[in-house]
Design a binder for this molecule. Structure first.
Ligand SMILES: CC(C)(COP(=O)(O)OP(=O)(O)OC[C@H]1O[C@@H](n2cnc3c(N)ncnc32)[C@H](O)[C@@H]1OP(=O)(O)O)[C@@H](O)C(=O)NCCC(=O)NCCS
Length: 295
C-alpha cells in the first residue's frame, strides 16, 4: 500500500482519552452498538476504575475503544480493544492500536502484553502487524466451588512473601509470571509491593507450597471468583482453590492456566471446563521495545 493510500485509509480518526466519570454512559452505548452481547457491557463500571481508557473518534463518533494499563517498571497491558462493527476491516484497529502504542511510549512502557483467542484471526493479525509476538498458549478454565479433602489455603499475613519455584508456566519464559487478572497481568519477579497490596486487600492465600491470588465476586451471577494461580502442583492447588471458593461464598471460580497437553488432561480430571465463548486456546502476545537510554 502506498503512503497516500495509508494516509487516506487512516484519515479522520483521533484518539480521545475517556473521562471515566462523565463518559461511561457513552462508552456503554458504544459497546452495545458494536455488540449487544459484549461481556464488557456488564463489567464496564469495574473496568473503568483501572487503566487509561481511549476511544478513537471519527467525525464526532466513537469508532474504537481500548484500555492501557501501566503496571510499573515499564510493563503494560493492552485489553478490551474494540472497533465498531460496521467499521471493522478498514484499518481502524491498526490506527487505534498504533495510538495506544504511542501513549504507552509516552509514559515509558517498553513491554506490552495482550491475550488473544486462537480463533480471533483479525486481532491476531493486527497485533502481529504491530510487533506483538505470541509467547505461549493458555486456556481460560472455570469450575464449581467446593471439593472434599482438599488442602486448605489461608489468608497470607502481613510481610509474608512468595519464593519460587513457580510450577505454572512453561519454562520457556524462564520467568515468574502472574497471569492476567484483576491486576491486568504482571510478569517478572515477585513484586513485594503487589504482594503487600494483595495481603492488605485479603486477596493472597497460601498453603503448603501453594499460593493463589483471588478476587471474589469477579462475576455476580453465578458468584464467581477470579484466580491467579501462583504456585504449586495443579493436582493440589486446583482442589484447594475450589474449596477456598466455597469458603468465600463463591459458586464458581475461573482462571487463566497454561495450556499444555499434560495440563489439559489434569484440568479435565479435576472437572475444569473451558470457559464458554472463549474457546480453549488463548495466546499471550508480547511486544518489547528498547528502553530509552537514561541520561
Ligand atoms: C479485532 C478488531 C479490534 C480489529 O479491528 P479492525 O479495525 O477490523 O482492524 P484492521 O482493519 O486494522 O486490521 C485487521 C486485520 O485482520 C484482518 N482480518 C479482518 N477480518 C479477518 C478475518 N475474518 N480473518 C482473518 N483476518 C481478518 C484484516 O485483513 C487485517 O489484516 P492486516 O493487518 O494483515 O491487514 C475488530 O475486529 C473487533 O473489534 N473485533 C471484536 C472484538 C475483538 O475481538 N477484540 C480483540 C480482543 S483481543
Amino acid at each position: 500500500m502506498s503512503l497516500a493510500e495509508v494516509q487516506a485509509r487512516f484519515r479522520g480518526m483521533d484518539l480521545h482519552r475517556i473521562d471515566p466519570e462523565h463518559e461511561v454512559g457513552r462508552l456503554r452505548e458504544f459497546l452495545s452498538e458494536s455488540d449487544p452481547r459484549d461481556y464488557l457491557i456488564e463489567d464496564i463500571d469495574d473496568w473503568i476504575q483501572e487503566g487509561r481508557l481511549w476511544t478513537g473518534v471519527e467525525g464526532g463518533s466513537w469508532v474504537a475503544f481500548g484500555r492501557l494499563h501501566d503496571l510499573g517498571r515499564g510493563e503494560g497491558w493492552v485489553s478490551g480493544l474494540r472497533v465498531q462493527n460496521s467499521k471493522r476491516g478498514q484499518g481502524f484497529g491498526g490506527k487505534f492500536l498504533t495510538g495506544l502504542l504511542s501513549d504507552a511510549r509516552s509514559i515509558g512502557l517498553t513491554e506490552l502484553r495482550a491475550v488473544i483467542e486462537d480463533e480471533n484471526l483479525a486481532s491476531r493479525r493486527l497485533f502481529a502487524r504491530l510487533g506483538f509476538r505470541p509467547m505461549f498458549e493458555m486456556t481460560l478454565r472455570c469450575a464449581k466451588a467446593g471439593s472434599i479433602g482438599a488442602e486448605s489455603l489461608r489468608p497470607a499475613l502481613a510481610g509474608e512473601g512468595l519464593h519460587g519455584p513457580i510450577g505454572w508456566l512453561p519454562s520457556r519464559t524462564e520467568r515468574v509470571d502472574l497471569l492476567p487478572g484483576t491486576d491486568g497481568g504482571r510478569f517478572g519477579r515477585w513484586d513485594p509491593h503487589i504482594l503487600d497490596r494483595w495481603i492488605k486487600e485479603g486477596k493472597l492465600f497460601l498453603g503448603h507450597e501453594l499460593a493463589a491470588a483471588v478476587q471474589v465476586d469477579w462475576l455476580r451471577e453465578p458468584r464467581t471468583m477470579w484466580v491467579n494461580p501462583l504456585q504449586g502442583n495443579p493436582g493440589s492447588l486446583i482442589p484447594a482453590i475450589a474449596s477456598l471458593a466455597k469458603t468465600l461464598g463463591q459458586e464458581e471460580w475461573q482462571a487463566y492456566l497454561p495450556s499444555t497437553e499434560d495440563l489439559r488432561r489434569v484440568y479435565a480430571n479435576l472437572g475444569l471446563s473451558p470457559y464458554p465463548f472463549w474457546g480453549d486456546r488463548i495466546h499471550l502476545y508480547e511486544r518489547t521495545e528498547a528502553r530509552p537510554a537514561s541520561r
